[in-house]
Design a protein around this ligand. Structure first.
Ligand SMILES: Nc1ncnc2c1ncn2[C@@H]1O[C@H](COP(=O)(O)OP(=O)(O)O)[C@@H](O)[C@H]1O
Ligand SMILES: [Mg+2]
Length: 382
């Protein structure tokens, strides 16, 4: 039985031609970015939680700008993949001119190649997506904004997308470039329902779902406000129906889909993309929390549990300072929370927690991902 009409419409790279509940933002961004002479230079920011349409707003806006601005070009860099200033610039360069050799060059050297290349580029929009993962972001953003100075190039238009606004955007040297901030909110249950319905009509065969199904998915994903989670639930439920040779998605299949979407509020791709040690740190926090019924773990206990888990997995553990650095990075992307303990007999210590993420589910999920990642079998192609 066929339920899914077009599987591509469930892929991460697909952006629908319309974004219900985000049309205003797209219009605002497009109108602010375009001017009578082309693209308005400077800095733009979209911020908010995962799955609320940030990347989609950027993509749809770029598409519209392409229709309105002559010679418009966009380079979309995902900082979850390109995490350092040099790798981002390398990515930008190789998109404009495949084959430019730039390995082993310093940031300054690469910047000067980029400046040179940008001289010939008009109306170029650079999007730095998932900026939270970028290391030394301040250097990169500053260099990019200043890249046209000193040469007769065209000013840059830079769109940043982040979960949290990095503090360096408030530095006077960068702040003066800021043209527009667009904060996006989580979707409400009603909004999720209309987004899921739209996707179902777009990608599934008629008659394979009804409003009850849509409402259930909206209900199950409401706590996250995350459209990615809601759409993933729809996709899995449709898949399950096909596997079971059924012609319709049933409420039972939605429940099954909801439970396999996994850790509440966290999408699995985000976990899978983390470095192995970050995963082990999350595993250690989850294990201590689920075995202790406390809400916070002491840094010392975390280090101990992490070291044990590394031994169990056969990997070389890091020491305290490196672990603490990673904990701070994980906090930045919303997977951990930290606070200082009250002054005790042995002084203050740092406490770590998973926030509202259920520890047991997190532990199980990470164990699954690690088992696949560290298995001796060849890795599946992604
Ligand atoms: N308003 C919307 N209408 C339709 N689909 C949406 C909407 N917002 C998000 N989506 C879909 O939800 C998923 C996550 O959206 P995305 O823009 O990647 O979120 P973010 O970048 O904020 O994490 C994508 O598959 C996207 O197509
Ligand atoms: Mg995104």
């Amino acid at each position: 039985m066929q339920v899914i009409r077009d599987e591509y419409k469930f892929s991460e790279v697909y952006t629908p031609p319309k974004l219900p509940h985000r049309e205003k933002e797209v219009e605002l961004l497009v109108n602010t970015m375009k001017s009578s002479y082309g693209l308005n230079e400077g800095l733009y920011l979209i911020k908010g939680e995962p799955g609320i349409g940030k990347t989609s707003v950027a993509r749809l806006s770029s598409k519209k700008l392409g229709e309105l601005v002559k010679d418009f070009k966009v380079i979309h860099v995902n900082c979850r993949i390109y995490r350092t200033p040099t790798s981002v610039i390398q990515r930008i360069l190789s998109t404009i001119h495949p084959g430019i050799p730039n390995r082993g060059l310093s940031l300054q050297e690469m910047m000067s190649i980029l400046e040179d290349v940008l001289k010939d580029e008009k109306n170029l929009l650079i999007v730095l997506d998932e900026l939270d993962y970028l290391k030394e972001g301040e250097d990169l953003v500053y260099s990019l904004l200043r890249s046209h100075e000193g040469v007769l190039g065209n000013p840059l238009t830079l769109l940043l997308i982040a979960r949290w606004e990095p503090p360096y955007l408030m530095e006077p040297s960068i702040r003066s470039f800021m043209n527009m901030r667009i904060p996006l909110q989580k979707y409400s249950r009603e909004q999720l329902a209309s987004i899921v319905k739209y996707r179902a009509e777009d990608a599934l065969y008629e008659g394979t779902f009804d409003d009850e199904i849509i409402d259930m998915i909206a209900e199950f994903s409401e706590h996250s406000g995350n459209a990615r989670i809601a759409i993933r639930m729809l996709y899995l439920a449709a898949k399950f129906a096909e596997d079971k040779k059924m012609s319709k998605i049933t409420p039972e299949l939605v429940r099954e889909a909801a439970s396999s979407v996994g850790v509440v509020g966290i999408d699995n791709d985000m976990l899978a993309a983390l470095d192995v040690h970050d995963k082990v740190i999350l595993l250690a926090v989850s294990r201590v929390l689920s075995s202790s019924s406390k809400a916070w773990v002491k840094m010392g206990d975390l280090v101990e549990e992490y070291t044990l888990a590394c031994e169990e997995l056969g990997i070389q553990p890091y020491k305290y300072t490196a672990i603490w650095k990673r904990v701070r990075e994980l906090r930045k992307i919303g997977l951990l929370e930290t606070k200082k303990s009250k002054e005790g007999i042995r002084g203050q210590t740092t406490l770590v927690s998973l926030g509202s993420i259920p520890a047991e589910k997190m532990a199980k999920k990470i164990e699954e991902i690690l088992a696949e990642e560290l298995s001796p079998l060849p890795q599946k192609l992604r």
